[in-house]
Design a protein around this ligand. Structure first.
Ligand code: 2AM
Ligand code: CA
Ligand code: CA
Ligand code: CA
Length: 260
């Protein structure tokens, strides 16, 4: 039997997924750069989820990509939700089916529950602290790959083209040493894919908290490991260069990232 919070949030994200798929409106609502933009659906879905969260959990703070513009308003003390209404907006815009709703529930700086819903593929990732990680109600765990030479590695390219080119340089070195590399374009799903063993590692620069907060718990509960590119634990609510692995290849992949 699902706990009541889990049931409410699962149903809420499924309803939000329906809005994304059925009212597919890719009109641009605002644009920060050539590849950094928001569609009216991003804003609509965040408003929809926020409204319901406020109704069910009025004491919780909501930190969402589209409405939490001021960093000063971000706080994780007490209870908070960290929300990305559409992670993978560029994919959503182009009709490339790799985007997700990402929602983390945090209590006193600790992620307690995590939800990543990929509506185009009907895949729902979930984790609860100390209770394991799941994909569509089945337990998931990270891969058994022991070396980079038997690994598939995901990566991202930043909206900032100069930064993105730097990432591609790093990835070129990794590519020479692994089975292959993949660039899919939705950070939350990339982390979830490491958690369920489809990827053995994943790296991306300058991610925002809502891109990966839910993924962090799912990865941890599935036996994986995350750090920033300095090898330090992930800090709260700041942008970071993220490195995620199945744990077994962590040091080997980190050494290549650190070299640059
Ligand atoms: P978004 O679609 O919600 O904006 C693409 O590489 C991935 O990085 C997506 O998950 C995208 O999330 C995220 N991302 C968000 N902001 C970014 C930024 N300023 N630079 C690079 N990637 C960003
Ligand atoms: Ca965005
Ligand atoms: Ca995002
Ligand atoms: Ca987003």
């Amino acid at each position: 039997m699902k706990g009541s919070m889990e049931k409410i949030l699962t149903d809420l994200l499924r309803d939000a997924g329906e809005i994304i798929m059925e009212q597919r409106d890719t009109q641009i609502a605002s644009r920060r750069s050539m590849s950094d933009y928001t569609t009216v659906t991003d804003v609509r879905v965040e408003a929809f989820i926020t409204q319901h969260l406020q109704k069910y959990f009025p004491e919780s703070v909501i930190i969402g990509e589209e409405f939490s513009s001021s960093r000063n308003s971000l706080q994780l003390k007490g209870s908070a939700f960290v929300l990305d209404p559409i992670d993978g907006t560029v994919n959503f815009f182009h009709g490339y089916p790799a985007f997700a709703i990402s929602l983390a529930y945090v209590e006193n700086y600790s992620i307690r529950q995590a939800y990543i819903y990929d509506p185009a593929n009907g895949e729902f990732f979930f984790a609860a602290k100390n209770e394991g990680a799941f994909l569509n109600d089945s337990f998931i765990s990270v891969s058994q790959a022991r070396t980079l030479s038997e690994s598939l590695i995901g990566f991202g390219t930043a909206y900032n083209k100069e930064l993105g080119k730097k990432e591609i340089e790093i990835v070129t070195k990794i590519y020479e040493r692994c089975h292959d590399v993949r660039r899919r374009g939705a950070a939350s799903l990339d982390v979830a894919y490491v958690a369920c063993g489809r990827l053995d590692g994943y790296l991306e620069m300058e991610l925002k908290p809502w891109d990966f907060y839910a993924g962090l718990l799912i990865l941890e509960e599935a036996g994986g490991k995350a750090c920033n590119w300095k090898g330090l634990p992930i800090q709260d609510l700041v942008n970071q260069n993220l490195l995620c692995t199945n744990n077994l290849i962590h040091q080997e992949l980190f050494n290549l990232v650190r070299e640059l």
